[in-house]
Design a protein around this ligand. Sequence first.
Ligand SMILES: Nc1ncnc2c1ncn2[C@@H]1O[C@H](COP(=O)(O)OP(=O)(O)OC[C@H]2O[C@@H]([n+]3cccc(C(=O)O)c3)[C@H](O)[C@@H]2O)[C@@H](O)[C@H]1O
Ligand SMILES: Nc1ncnc2c1ncn2[C@@H]1O[C@H](COP(=O)(O)OP(=O)(O)OP(=O)(O)O)[C@@H](O)[C@H]1O
Ligand SMILES: NC(=O)CC[C@H](N)C(=O)O
Length: 628
Amino acid sequence: MEETRLMLAAAALNQTPMDWAGNLQNIHTAISEAKQNSTHILLLPELCITGYGCEDMFLSPWLSEMAFNQLLQIKEWCDGITVAVGLPVFLDKKVYNTACVIKHKEIIGFTAKQFLANDGVHYEPRWFTPWPAHEVQEFEFFGQKYKIGDIIYEEQGVKYAFEICEDAWRPNRPAERHMPKGVQLILNPSASHFALSKTDVRHRLVVEASKKYQCAYMYANLLGNEAGKMIYDGEVLVAQNGKLIRRNELLCFKDVDLECAEVCFSDKPVIEEVIEYLPPIDENTELVSALSLALFDYMRKSRSRGFVLSLSGGADSSLCAVAVAEMVRRGVESIGMEAFMNKALLFTEEEKAAIGQMPQQEALKAMVGKLLTCAYQGTVNSSNDTYTSAKELAESIGATFYKWTIDDEVVGYISKIEGALGRRLTWEQDDITLQNIQARVRAPGIWMLANIRYALLLATSNRSEASVGYATMDGDTAGSISPIAGIDKAFIRQFLIWAQQELGYTGLQYVNNLQPSAELRPSEEEQTDEKDLMPYEVLNQIERLAFHDRYSPEEVYDLLLEQNIAAPDLLKGWITKFYSLWSRNQWKRERYAPAFHLDDYNVDPRSWLRFPILSGGFKDELKRVQQK
Ligand SMILES: Nc1ncnc2c1ncn2[C@@H]1O[C@H](COP(=O)(O)OP(=O)(O)OC[C@H]2O[C@@H]([n+]3cccc(C(=O)O)c3)[C@H](O)[C@@H]2O)[C@@H](O)[C@H]1O
Ligand SMILES: Nc1ncnc2c1ncn2[C@@H]1O[C@H](COP(=O)(O)OP(=O)(O)OP(=O)(O)O)[C@@H](O)[C@H]1O
Ligand SMILES: NC(=O)CC[C@H](N)C(=O)O
């Protein structure tokens, strides 16, 4: 039996669009590490020279030219190794998304992506042209000729070829055609966005392909918050003949995460009978890992100095606070305290030295104190419960905490407008106005703190609120980023209980005993979100059926009725309220601060879900629901 052993390596890279020097540095590190491990073939992620998220810049020919120049530098580092590196190639006024193979300092070909990602958060056909199957062409660049297309390569007699990310997600994927041609190794450079539980799908895709096509399959994803909204988990997978050989720790804080595996290729492969799948995914751990890495990358890549948060003691702002504390804890765990503080870019030498001397828990708190500033901004409608919740949580994680009231400012605005109108504003007549002014008056002070500290102001809106516009524009929506706008409120509430119990955030015990409330009406009215809206579980179900599963309002009604969610009239009322508020508030979703994509869908019009700002508001459709 013929056998060949190859040392394979794949690296996850934390890249940034058009950060030429930073991206090149990471690629250099990966190549050096791979060489130290006597690697034959190193795989790097999709479009890692430019970054995957360059958006419309891909349409500018100079970007591809710049990328090519980087490639020529990378080529020189590839003595004694084969490296696959991703970049756009501009050819005949079209742009191709390619993986370039450099072997021993020579470019031996470019494989171009055949299936472009065009769903959910992906808009690739806007920039790239798909490459036709089977076709290989030659092109000239700076006087040199290169091959581009559907190429099969060879390393020590082992044939290998590519599937570039989405290529692997389609039924007539390239591997179908490669197998009969004797390809024994598939390389998949990816930019596969993070979504809860998605790693399971990816794992299946890779391991099942390795069984079906009787090959080795190597996969490398991008890592971190690359361009602001999408997060990459940096997954590296190596599988062969239905068996997983290597899988790395996801969502780490490193710039480069390299995995090596020696793989034996034989002309008589032994195929695994039963594939071993991943155990059930713990979505709470996944969420906090993704959120904390996303915050860290956003902060350092935007060169901001920490975060500021209006901390109400309610669920949403508490989750934002915990996410920053976890950013510190997980970051230190992943790369060590010194590296974390260096990467964070805001600790002075004295602070680093002092924190370095402290016991671990004290040091973590000191770092949170530097990175997170919170303020409780009470009104006459605020309760002691929420104040205690905010204060205890901030203290328990070490955040800098201020407290003030905003009643003077609220009263000032109200009396000014009363003077202008010549009448009193009352709760009976001016309910929403009197609520919104409180939320708005909280914005300037907290923005001031953010400005003073050159920090990012965290907006706390969640996806459920965003769906129905249950937030005040220029009030509680004010902020630089909306880290949790992709997560629904029901998930957030169960997450906080889990974080108290499993992560030890004892400061969450207060919020976990509170009903979500805006605390904007007089306290005797006992305002709660769910009284104003509907149960969050129901809101979430309607939203998912309507926009993730794409059912009509009538179908949503029928499906929920079947599940005995509520009596027919109550359900009709909730569905009508949901769609009316949804339509009326598209303009608000257009104005949210940048939000992370975390769940399998989101309602952000600039990423997952587009909807007209002005529309018929589902009037006819809702009439039909009412008539049922
Ligand atoms: N298509 C469109 N394009 C642009 N603007 C549009 C518009 N439709 C209405 N508008 C404008 O929208 C404005 C109303 O929006 P906005 O002022 O935000 O207020 P609005 O959406 O009317 O009310 C805010 C809601 O959020 C709730 N809230 C507020 C704050 C915090 C919390 C909490 O959970 O803590 C909850 C509050 O109870 C209330 O139900 C109007 O002045 C109108 O001109
Ligand atoms: N008393 C307060 N002090 C500081 N910030 C506040 C206060 N009340 C509201 N806010 C700000 O307004 C945001 C919106 O309030 P909202 O009620 O939607 O969220 P929450 O209070 O965090 O959670 P919950 O809805 O579970 O009470 C808060 O997250 C917070 O940033
Ligand atoms: N870059 C891509 O082609 C990504 C698309 C692919 N379906 C994924 O989500 O992983």
